[in-house]
Design a protein around this ligand. Sequence first.
Ligand SMILES: [Zn+2]
Length: 279
Amino acid sequence: MKIIFVTDLHGAEWKYDRLFSAARDLKADIVINAGDMLPKHGDLFQQGEFISSFLRDHFSRFDSAGIYYLSYLGNDDLMIFDKVFEETCNQFSYIIPLAQRIFVLDGYEFIGMNWVVDYPFRLKDRCRMDTKDYVFQKQFGTGLLSTAEGWKDLDDWFAYAHSLPTIEEELIKLPHPENTQNSIYVIHMPPSGSGLDKCYNGSEVGSKAIYEFIMKHQPKLTLHGHIHESPVMTGKWYAKNGKTICIQPGQLDDFTYVTIDLDAMEFDRFREKYREILT
Ligand SMILES: [Zn+2]
């Protein structure tokens, strides 16, 4: 089974176009897009229109080509648009919304999760404490949640976060695979301690709960994103944790993606410059 894995496209339309060409050229069976799919700059409340116009057309190309497309929104994609995202996916038989869901194909079980460990940024739609004893980072301002009426200010984000399930608890709630050895977890947040989570400022922000989950259950493969610059900072885009291979391709100016031959367990990472699509 051939897979193309990509993450953190943040509404870059030329990268989405290249993704389709890459999938077609590889004769991919599945494309996996691990979140932060929508434009990040300007008015975030316009993201819904990107879903119902550009993303819908993007999905329809894969559906027509018979290529499965597993995806979910990420922490920079407003949660108020989850419904329009799912409805858009559900217009097509090959487009599968994977957040907190399982999808089975040819004996492989794909499980998605798009909650992230809290960060200093203000948008908190998908943020969680990692574990019960999680220590928060210094915040850039009051927390914000998206609502249909606009931003809702959180007077006390720390107290609110304590009322939510932790990442550790969210992982337990996920659907269970029948055969863990053939399971592939698509988790936007990277694990800690694997060289897949290093920010420009040198801090390593990965989830301890996700690392522990991987070590305990030992799935075949885990796919992550979120920290775009990490491969540049550590020189690593994959790691082995026990028997599990963990991949975090990163995403900077170039279009970056990974091809996976799941049966052979072979991986390659590609970076394509913007210039290349102009010639
Ligand atoms: Zn992210």
